[in-house]
Design a protein around this ligand. Structure first.
Ligand code: ADP
Ligand code: MG
Length: 508
């Protein structure tokens, strides 16, 4: 009988930290993640792999239906993307891998088996470094990752005595990434899910659109009083957000501890996550590997990759999230800003990181702030209205450069930087001179001291009480006076300058 590679973790278990203890139990979590590869066609046929928005059963052919005599032909591009994914997981693809049939009966699996990889998958022994809140990093080992075809989709209309099957998704190429059971709380599980998402996005192998199920997480959770032994695990399937990974893990840890404390047993089963109820529910008891009657698929020759092929892949790799993290660390961005930028680049797909890391430290911090606090919310808002939003990376770069100078010269307040940035980015065009544009639209601050002095004189005369307070050393009242000047100037005064003039005038 073929045997899949053994988990190496048993030896590491004795080192489990007591900080993970929950009521005297050690939680253990291992995550399986299905990543949809972004090929044009399916894993074993020429049918389209872009099921988004298509009518049911329109992206199908004889292979998807599993018609007698239909022969699968392996999609080269899927192998290329899986090979790239290997590097994103900190390893190289296996030079020899093969496909196996995994048998089970389900209406959305017309062949009666799924083509997958069992004992010789394309990826073995990877790793992912996770980043935790307190700045701690942990390396999580990846047991394996294999290529497999997705099944179709069944729907069960409520109150009807039939089910519907849509085979558009049948045959979609998936990379299933299996972690070692080395995670020990929900924070680590969530950080792992997020890191995998970044890794798959940055390597360009998947669209990683969680909402459309491009990446789905199955969390295996067990608890045990004895750190050298695993408890019985449950597997909660098809989680499609980092938050639900976190919540499902916490829910399962507590549920299992409650059961054990009551003297009951945890059963090995597959569970589902109800997002509206924030709980897991039992779906079915779990098959063991031998129930699947795996055997090599005689229709598909093994995949053999030579050194030249791997070198070709290596020369085409993108920069990794780790690369960008250290580049951002070098310009002293905070962890919060770093993570927000990494996510923004992955989610919104612009070259923010190139732009930010090319700046000097002070400017990089300002750009990061604009991107995270002004542009990202704007893009999300615009994306909701129209999916073909375009903001040119070139336009952003030039716009930022000019806004930065204007702000530095005190000509723009940060509120007005935001207003301009939002206005110009959503138009996706750049005026010849941002300064002229800002002037015409009334955004430029008044730095003309004669003009400011006039307004300030008036505010001082009209507000004797706060003026007296300031003179008596109550500095809070200065803020009020500055506010009055800002109001009188319709927001155009340069607040730093206003404050200085007031101080000079009141001699404080
Ligand atoms: P299957 O494919 O049947 O779900 P695997 O042996 O491939 O089984 O394991 C699936 C996942 O479960 C892996 O990520 C592994 O790390 C994790 N796992 C295995 N045993 C445990 C356990 N006792 N507690 C938590 N996770 C576990
Ligand atoms: Mg599983």
């Amino acid at each position: 009988m073929v045997k899949i590679p053994e988990s190496k973790v048993q030896s590491q278990k004795s080192g489990v930290d007591s900080k993970y203890l929950v009521n005297g139990y050690y939680p253990t979590i291992g995550i399986e993640c299905h990543v949809q590869l972004k090929t044009k066609s399916k894993l074993f046929s020429t049918a389209s792999n872009d099921a988004r928005g298509a009518e049911p059963n329109t992206l199908v052919n004889h292979v998807c239906f599993g018609l007698p005599g239909a022969l699968p032909v392996l999609n080269k591009e899927a192998v290329r993307l899986a090979s790239k994914a290997a590097y994103a997981l900190g390893t190289r693809p296996q030079k020899f891998s093969k496909f196996d049939r995994k048998h089970y009966f389900y209406p959305d699996l017309p062949k009666g088996y799924q083509i997958s990889q069992y004992d010789q998958p394309i990826i073995l022994d990877g790793k992912i470094t996770i980043h935790l809140e307190n700045g701690i990093k942990r390396v999580i080992n990846i047991t394996r990752a294999h290529l497999e075809e997705d099944a179709g989709k069944s729907t069960h209309p409520t109150g009807e005595d039939y089910s519907l099957v849509d085979l558009n998704r049948a045959g979609t190429p998936l990379l299933e990434i299996v972690s070692e059971p080395e995670l020990h709380n929900s924070e680590e599980a969530k950080a792992y899910a997020k890191e995998l998402w970044l890794a798959m996005k940055y390597s360009g192998v998947s669209d990683v659109d969680l909402y459309h199920g491009n990446m789905r997480f199955d969390v295996n959770v067990s608890v045990s009083k004895d750190p050298t032994k695993f408890g019985t695990r449950s597997e909660t399937k098809n989680l499609n957000s980092f938050k639900s990974v976190e919540k499902a893990v916490d829910y399962e840890i507590n549920r299992q501890i409650d059961l054990l404390e009551k003297g009951e047993k945890v059963i090995q089963e597959t569970r589902g996550w109800l997002d509206d109820k924030q709980k897991t529910v039992s779906q079915r008891s779990k098959e063991d590997a031998h129930d699947y009657r795996y055997f090599p698929d005689p229709d598909i020759p093994p995949v053999v990759l030579d050194e030249e092929y791997l070198m070709g892949i290596e020369s085409s790799l993108n920069k990794t999230p780790e690369y960008w993290r250290s580049a951002l660390e070098k310009i002293s961005l905070s962890k919060l800003q770093t993570e927000a930028l990494l996510e923004a680049q992955a989610e919104l797909g612009s070259s923010y990181l190139e732009l930010v890391t090319a700046q000097t430290m002070e400017c990089a911090k300002t750009y990061a702030n604009w991107i995270i606090n002004f542009e990202v919310p704007l893009r999300r808002e615009l994306l909701e209205k129209s999916s073909d939003l375009k903001i040119d990376d070139n336009i952003r770069e030039k716009l930022f450069e000019q806004l930065y100078l204007l702000q530095k010269d005190g000509k723009l307040s940060s509120n007005n930087v935001k207003a301009l940035l939002v206005e110009l980015l959503s138009q996706n065009k750049l005026p010849d001179s941002v300064e002229k544009y800002a002037e015409n639209a009334g955004y430029i601050q008044v730095n003309d001291s004669a003009e400011l002095e006039q307004i300030i004189e008036k505010v001082i005369t009209e507000n004797p009480k706060p003026v007296a307070d300031v003179q008596n050393g109550e500095m809070k009242a200065i803020g009020f006076l500055v506010g009055q000047v800002m109001k009188a100037s319709a927001g155009k005064a340069n607040p730093a300058m206003v404050q200085q003039i007031i101080r000079d005038k009141l001699k404080v």
